[in-house]
Design a protein around this ligand. Structure first.
Ligand code: HEC
Length: 140
């Protein structure tokens, strides 16, 4: 299923790109992407599960379905759709920058998206916290 899903996601990303340029939309040009202070301070309810194997296995499935097209299986931002995207490129989840951000900030960014990064508000909060824990598990 992985391959089909991934190419569907890539096709959606490509369509969004074309629609974006046709409408004259200017994509966010990098620069600092900051979450609001209250979002940064939000506590991760799954903070004690960062090494929980079952939780990380569930999170990995979510990532394979929703994120690897852009962020890659290793989370370094070099998934198959990444080269087709304009800057800012998909974030490297293992970078010092992402490491330095709070769980709450990552949670908020995953919910809201920016530019080519889609908003994932439709995922349950619990799933988005799992994604945060998964990102942390790659930051060794
Ligand atoms: C269509 C491509 C695409 C997909 C799919 C995608 N992302 Fe992203 N993501 C991006 C791009 C591009 C950025 C950089 C956005 C920016 O800096 O303006 C980004 C940035 C991020 C960041 C912010 C890093 C930081 O701290 O600045 C996080 C966290 C993130 N993505 C997580 C996810 C997760 C989790 C998923 C899956 C649920 C996902 N992304 C799916 C393209 C994507």
């Amino acid at each position: 299923m992985g391959t089909v899903r991934r190419s569907v996601t890539a096709a959606i990303a490509a369509t969004a790109l074309v629609a974006g340029s046709a409408a004259g939309v200017v994509w966010a040009q990098g620069g600092d992407w900051k979450a609001p202070a209250d979002a940064k301070a939000t506590k991760n309810p799954l903070a004690d599960k960062k090494t929980d194997k079952a939780l990380l296995a569930e999170a990995k499935k979510l990532v394979e379905t929703n994120c690897v097209t852009c962020h890659g299986a290793d989370g370094k931002g070099t998934g198959p759709a990444a080269s087709a995207l304009p800057p800012p490129k998909p974030a490297d989840w293992t970078s010092a920058k992402v490491k330095a951000e709070t769980d709450g900030e990552l949670f908020w960014k995953i919910a809201n998206g920016r530019g080519a990064m889609p908003p994932w508000k439709h995922l349950p909060d619990n799933d988005r916290w799992k994604l945060v824990d998964y990102i942390r598990s790659l930051q060794k």
